[in-house]
Design a protein around this ligand. Structure first.
Ligand code: HSE
Length: 432
């Protein structure tokens, strides 16, 4: 225990973008409620901005500085809120705060994915809190349930849509037939995308969130070099239409799962989801995450996953939690990567697949194709053939198989003279 803090809780906010400005406003708007909930008033001691020359009426009379590290090191703030984004400077800010024993609230998934274990250790050593509910799935309470509510259970899989920008883009392409570029521009205009949307559309933003989820779910560090990441850049309206014809929608999924009790696979990729699965109706910037646990079964979390106000809701929630701990002279439980599980390569993941082939329409071709699947131990569940003339389109759906077996099958298919083109391969997630 530390001495309970007696005076106002000083909060330094680093970053005044879409989320930072909303956080400052939310603290001002709800000042009386926050005082009652914490037992002490919250006082924003300063805001670090990139451009001090800009007029910022939204920040009221809060002092503004451009020196983020000096603000974070200032002892008048017992909580430092990092919302500047990026990794290097954010790391300097957060470590400066933790080293002097200040608690840190951040929504910076890239920082946490890269340095989460180190930052938790620093927080523990300095008797400080480190909270980051806003880093994954915006307003949705997800990390606190993983840290606290499921802590007595055994999580086996976390699967979901954790990027609002890509979900918005895929939704616009599915519902409106919009092209990719127009949908991306709309997502940026609405404030869902990162400053550089490459991180969103390439799947890197989802991957950082998947690493954070995996660490909390499985109590282990994650080897980033083994995380498999595929974005939505190559998903076309034609793919979406083909999926629709088969009763599926295409979603960008983040998956972290225990495999054979030996290790964890973390993967991000577009996947086919049955139209009657709850994830298929998660539209626009909304996120949804399924947590599967031995005792609890499947639990679904759903809500707004991007945007200033929803993320600010999670950030201010963390500020209140850290402030209550300070007022009580206590700290939250530390996150320990005690399980030390291996991060396994994508080849170890098990899922179902859809393989779309263009083949010669001749006797024996179906048998040859089926033999290639059987040779790698991949069991076929559905085959559909369409087309006339000398070429047919063959859609094969499989039962569950390892990614390694499916990749080997596809490599063999490419070698077959009867297979003219492997048009598409996609994973299928979620039972209809
Ligand atoms: N760019 C992110 C998204 C914001 O679209 O989900 C929230 O992390």
């Amino acid at each position: 225990m530390s001495e309970p803090q007696a005076g106002p809780i000083g909060v330094a906010v680093v970053g005044a973008g879409t989320v930072g400005a909303r956080v400052v406003q939310q603290i001002a708007e709800h000042a009386e409620d926050l005082r009652s909930r914490i037992g002490l008033p919250v006082q924003v001691t300063g805001v670090a901005v990139r451009d001090a020359g800009r007029d910022r009426p939204e920040l009221g009379d809060v002092p503004v500085t451009t020196d983020a590290v000096v603000l974070a090191a200032d002892p008048s703030a017992s909580i430092v809120v990092e919302l500047m984004g990026g990794v290097e400077q954010a790391h300097a800010v957060v470590t400066a705060a933790l080293r002097r024993g200040a608690s840190v609230v951040t929504a910076n998934k890239a920082l946490l994915a890269a340095h989460g274990v180190e930052l938790h250790r620093l927080a523990r050593e300095n008797h400080a809190d480190l909270y980051y509910e806003g880093a994954v799935a915006g307003a949705i309470p997800l990390l606190r349930p993983l840290r606290e509510s499921f802590v007595g259970d055994h999580i086996t899989k976390v699967l979901g849509i954790v990027n609002g920008t890509t979900n918005y883009i895929l939704t616009q392409m599915t519902d409106e037939g919009s092209d990719y570029a127009a949908a991306l521009k709309q997502a940026q205009d609405l404030g869902y995308a990162e400053a550089d949307p490459t991180a969103d559309v390439s799947g890197q933003d989802s991957a950082a969130k998947a690493v954070i989820l995996a660490r909390l779910a499985f109590h282990t560090d994650i080897d980033a070099s083994q995380v498999s990441v595929e974005g939505i850049e190559s998903v076309s309206v034609a793919d979406i239409e083909a999926a629709r014809a088969m009763g599926f929608v295409i979603k960008l999924l983040a998956v972290a799962e225990l495999v054979d009790g030996e290790g964890v696979v973390v993967r991000v990729h577009p996947a086919l989801v049955p139209q009657n699965h709850p994830l298929s109706s998660v539209r626009g910037p909304f996120n949804a995450v399924f947590v599967s646990a031995s005792a609890a079964g499947d639990v679904m979390f759903y809500g707004r996953g991007a945007g200033g106000a929803p993320t600010a809701s999670a950030v201010v929630g963390d500020i209140v939690t850290a402030a209550r701990n300070l007022a009580a002279g206590s700290r939250g439980f530390a996150v320990e990567p005690y399980a030390a599980l291996a991060t396994l390569p994508l080849g170890r993941a098990r899922t179902r697949y859809y393989v779309n082939l263009h083949v010669a329409d001749e006797p024996g071709v179906l048998a040859t194709v089926a033999t290639a699947f059987a040779a790698h131990g991949v069991s076929i569940s559905v085959v559909r053939q369409d087309g006339a003339g000398d070429e047919a389109s063959l859609v094969v759906r499989t039962h569950e198989a390892t990614d390694a077996a499916l990749s080997a099958t596809v490599a063999s298919l490419r070698e077959l003279p009867a297979v003219r083109n492997v048009v598409g391969v996609m994973r299928v997630e979620g039972q209809a």
